[in-house]
Design a protein around this ligand. Structure first.
Ligand SMILES: Nc1ncnc2c1ncn2[C@@H]1O[C@H](COP(=O)(O)OP(=O)(O)OP(=O)(O)O)[C@@H](O)[C@H]1O
Length: 225
C-alpha cells in the first residue's frame, strides 16, 4: 500500500531530513511512526500525499510510483488519503457541519448526498449533536474529532495523522486512538506519527522508529522487543 525504497530527503540548505528509508506498510495495517523531535516524522508523512518530493529513492502509494506522478494527477492521489494534523486546521468561521462538508464539495460529490455523508462521519466520531456549533465552542478533543471526521468523510483508503493527540490529555488521547482503531478495523490503512511512547506501547501495533532521519527499528507487537 505504501512502499519506500532507499528514500532520502534533503531540504534546501543541505539538511538531510531522511536517509535511505526502506519499509512497506501493507493494506489494512495500523502503524505508528515515532522518534525524537526533528527525527523526520512529519517529513516522511508529507512525502506520501506529495506535499514534499523525495531527493532520492522511490515511493509507491496504492500502486502508483510517485516519481511518475505529474502535477495534474496529484489531486487524484490526495483524494485517496485523509490527513489529520495536531492543530486540526479547522475553519473557525464555519460550523462543524460546513468544515466536514468541505472535502465533499471540493471532490464534487452530489449536493443531495452531502448531508447524509457529513452526518455519517460526525456520527462515527460521536459529534452528531454538534453540527451547528462553531469550532471555538468545542473542547480540544472534540475539535480533533471534527478533524478526523473531515479526513474520513471522503472514505479514503489511507489515513495519515501527524501528532493527532499532541495537545490532549492521556484519556482523550486514548479515545482518539480508539477511533483510529475502529477505522482500521474496517480496512483503512493508517500511519500515525507520535512521540507518545507510553500510548504507542499500550496500543500494541507495529511501530517504525526514526532517529536523525534514519529508520532504526521496525517493532511488531508480539515480536522480540
Ligand atoms: N521546510 C523545511 N526546510 C528545511 N528544513 C526542514 C523543513 N521541514 C523540516 N526541516 C528539518 O528537517 C528535519 C526533520 O523535520 P520533521 O519536521 O520532519 O521532524 P519531526 O520528527 O516531525 O519533528 P517534530 O516531532 O518536532 O515535529 C528537522 O531538522 C527540521 O528542522
Amino acid at each position: 500500500m505504501i512502499r519506500f525504497k532507499a528514500v532520502s530527503k534533503r531540504y534546501p540548505g543541505g539538511h538531510d531530513a531522511l536517509r535511505g528509508l526502506d519499509f512497506h506498510v501493507e493494506r489494512g495495517e495500523l502503524v505508528f511512526l515515532t522518534g525524537h523531535s526533528g527525527a523526520g516524522k512529519s517529513t516522511l508523512l508529507k512525502l506520501i500525499p506529495v506535499l514534499e518530493r523525495p531527493s532520492g529513492g522511490s515511493i509507491n502509494v496504492h500502486g502508483v510510483d510517485l516519481s511518475r506522478l505529474g502535477k495534474r494527477r496529484i489531486p487524484f492521489l490526495r483524494r485517496r488519503i485523509g490527513m489529520i494534523f495536531q492543530d486540526h486546521r479547522l475553519l473557525l468561521d464555519r460550523t462543524i457541519y460546513d468544515n466536514v462538508a468541505l472535502p465533499l464539495i471540493i471532490n464534487g460529490v452530489a449536493q443531495r448526498d452531502i448531508p447524509r455523508r457529513v452526518r455519517a462521519a460526525l456520527d462515527k466520531v460521536g459529534l452528531l449533536n454538534r453540527e451547528k456549533a462553531y469550532p471555538v465552542t468545542l473542547s480540544g478533543g472534540e475539535q480533533q474529532r471534527v478533524g478526523i471526521a473531515r479526513a474520513v468523510v471522503t472514505r479514503p483508503p489511507i489515513l495519515l495523522a501527524d501528532e493527532p493527540t499532541g495537545n490532549l490529555d492521556p484519556e482523550l488521547s486514548a479515545d482518539i486512538m480508539t477511533l483510529f482503531e475502529q477505522f482500521n478495523r474496517v480496512g483503512v490503512t493508517i500511519l500515525i506519527a507520535s512521540h507518545d511512547l507510553g500510548l504507542i506501547q499500550r496500543m500494541r501495533h507495529r511501530c517504525l522508529v526514526l532517529e536523525r532521519g534514519a529508520l532504526i527499528d521496525d517493532l511488531r507487537p508480539g515480536g522480540a522487543a
